[in-house]
Design a protein around this ligand. Structure first.
Ligand code: SF4
Ligand code: SF4
Ligand code: FES
Length: 339
């Protein structure tokens, strides 16, 4: 049975705004987006609202309903008391363009920074093979509809504009985890990237992002915590520590340099003409060893006795995490770099 719904909708733009009150006739079985559409059709034709699928699949209609980040098209009016006033506001973490529409450019900028899937070999003839368990692990993360409700909810950026430069947010932590767990991805520095460039260390596992995800992705348990564990394993695992003691530091650093550089085709052409190759560093170059290089393939007594990892941190041994934005030098290669 239909009834008259009392609504408060935030109206304004980047320079400011306020709530406007409306009474909107609604029908049984409708969702908040239906009420917004009727309001737009009958009372406020200039109301700005973003939507596309009305089926919870495009991630466009994200807003805050009675203060909770939700998809308008998936929020049933029947979940509220008919006498209750429903308040709809734009996502708070992103700048308002107009009314309920926010500028989510931040998320696309963070998306561009994530290094793409990098298979060890080209997929010629569809020969990639994966275990079902590996397929299922990535599939959970691929359910993301990019509604950015998790990004909007995360307290690291919600009230802290200054953190946005150094923090990618939960949506991109699941992307990092998806790629790092992918058995065919050959990029070995995704953990370092997550910690140093995406600001994984800022996350203190409050699980608020998981709570609002309309796809029920276990963002914290299945992506963020495993990534944090992988970062810790890489840096502090005793076997890795031992490996660093055994292998020569100059070998480790050479291998690291090879992993993190890309030679452009122009540079390759130059090489064939005898010119020095133009190399684009994906990371800052590994710092010069702070001790003499070990030439005999073993470790010195002082190194074995040291409580620090045998090879220098690629960020410098005196660096503490999380890094500030000024200290981040990772650059995703552009199309020009890899052409
Ligand atoms: S668990 Fe981490 S990423 Fe998710 S909302 Fe909390 S601080 Fe943000
Ligand atoms: S992880 Fe969930 S909440 Fe975050 S953008 Fe994807 S679907 Fe939306
Ligand atoms: S309109 Fe597509 S998710 Fe709501």
């Amino acid at each position: 049975m239909g009834y008259d719904l009392n609504m408060r909708v935030w109206r304004g733009d980047g320079s400011g705004g306020d709530f406007a009150s409306f009474t909107v006739p609604v029908e049984e079985g409708e969702v908040v987006l239906d009420a917004i559409h009727r309001l737009q059709a009958e009372q406020a034709p200039d109301l700005a609202v973003r939507w596309n699928c009305k089926a919870g699949k495009c991630g466009s209609c994200s807003a805050e309903i009675n203060g909770k980040p939700r998809l308008m098209c998936m929020t049933r009016l029947s979940s509220y008391d008919p006498t209750e006033t429903i308040t709809v506001t734009p996502m708070r973490t992103f700048p308002v363009i107009r009314d309920l529409v926010t500028d989510v450019t931040f998320n696309y900028e963070k998306a561009r920074e994530v290094p793409a899937f990098t298979p060890a070999e080209p997929n010629t003839g569809g020969k990639f093979r994966m275990q079902q368990v590996d397929v299922e692990r990535g599939q959970e993360f691929r359910k993301c509809i990019e509604c950015f409700l998790c990004q909007n909810t995360c307290h690291v950026v919600r009230d802290h504009e200054e953190n946005k430069k150094a923090f990618a947010g939960p949506r991109f932590f699941i992307r990092a985890a998806e790629l790092d767990m992918h058995p065919l991805d050959a990029k070995s520095d995704r953990k370092k990237f997550a910690q140093a460039q995406q600001g994984l260390g800022f996350c203190n596992i409050t699980k608020c992002c998981t709570e609002v995800c309309p796809e029920h992705i276990k963002i914290t348990d299945n992506a963020i915590i495993p990534m944090k564990e992988r970062v810790v394993d890489t840096k502090f695992d005793p076997l890795v520590w031992l490996g660093r003691k055994i292998f020569r530091r100059d070998q480790l650093e050479t291998a690291e340099e090879e992993t993190h550089t890309v030679v452009t085709s122009d540079a390759a052409a130059g090489m064939s003409q005898g010119a020095a190759p133009e190399v684009h560093a994906w990371h800052r170059p590994a710092p010069a060893p702070q001790h003499s290089p070990i030439s005999h393939g073993g470790a010195t007594v002082s190194e074995i006795a040291s409580d620090r990892p045998g090879s220098s941190s690629p960020f410098g041994d005196d660096m503490s995490f999380p890094l500030t934005h000024d200290e981040l030098t990772y650059q995703h290669p552009t199309a020009d770099d890899v052409r």
